[in-house]
Design a binder for this molecule. Structure first.
Ligand code: FMN
Length: 192
């Protein structure tokens, strides 16, 4: 039974783009919520996949800092970016910079050549920063799109993807704030 729930569940129906933390590791992940069930498609080869399969836990961090999405996709965070939380008798790591977090136990329920299918069971969640006043911002969303496309572009250099990324970087600079502009610069630097 999940503890600390005095609010609607943090994750909503559909795919929740969060920063997933495992043992001293962070990476953007899409937690799928359908009919009250949480799952994760975890591509093999990542630190997250290795840790989730080995340790059986996963923390979904709700984050609204676009730079953190970019940094955790293409690089690593220092150890002091993590805070340890005792959940269900296990020391789990969440991001110090999280606005809120949801901790899950995780088990492999399927496997293909490329990915694991993971079932997540909610154990505890906590809101650290008041989430109410957060208007939709196309610049932030554009950074998320550009980041996802860039992970693929770096593997295949597909010119159509390159075009899409540049389109989203224009939007990020037009609609975003300083953080989105900075994140756009980091992504642009990776394209050359
Ligand atoms: C918004 C976003 C969502 C992502 N969702 C997933 C996902 O659901 N599953 C996955 O395996 N990789 C996903 N990725 C890719 C990983 O974040 C990426 O491969 C990362 O480098 C893995 O880092 P790690 O080796 O530290 O785990 C996503 C990336 C972004 C930007």
């Amino acid at each position: 039974m999940a503890v600390g729930l005095k609010h609607p569940p943090l994750l909503r129906e559909g795919i929740n783009e969060v920063i997933g933390t495992t043992l001293f590791n962070a990476a953007p992940m899409g937690v799928i919520s359908r009919g009250g069930r949480y799952t994760l498609a975890l591509f093999k080869g990542s630190h997250t996949a290795r840790n989730v399969v080995r340790d059986g836990w996963f923390v979904a961090n709700i984050v609204h800092d676009p730079l953190l999405f970019v940094e955790t996709t293409f690089g690593d965070l220092p150890e002091d970016a993590f805070v340890s939380e005792q959940v269900d008798g296990i020391a789990m790591h969440r991001l110090a910079a999280a606005d809120a977090w949801a901790a899950f136990s995780a088990r492999v329920i399927g496997e293909s050549g490329e990915a694991y299918s993971i079932e997540l069971t909610l154990l505890e969640e906590k809101i650290l920063v008041d989430p109410i006043h957060r208007p939709v911002n196309r610049g932030f969303n554009a950074i998320i799109e550009a980041t996802v496309h860039t992970t693929r572009y770096l593997r295949n250099h597909d010119p159509d993807l390159g075009w899409l990324i540049r389109h989203h970087l224009v939007l990020a600079r037009k609609c975003g704030g300083e953080k989105e502009r900075e994140a756009a610069g980091v992504i642009e630097g990776l394209l050359h």
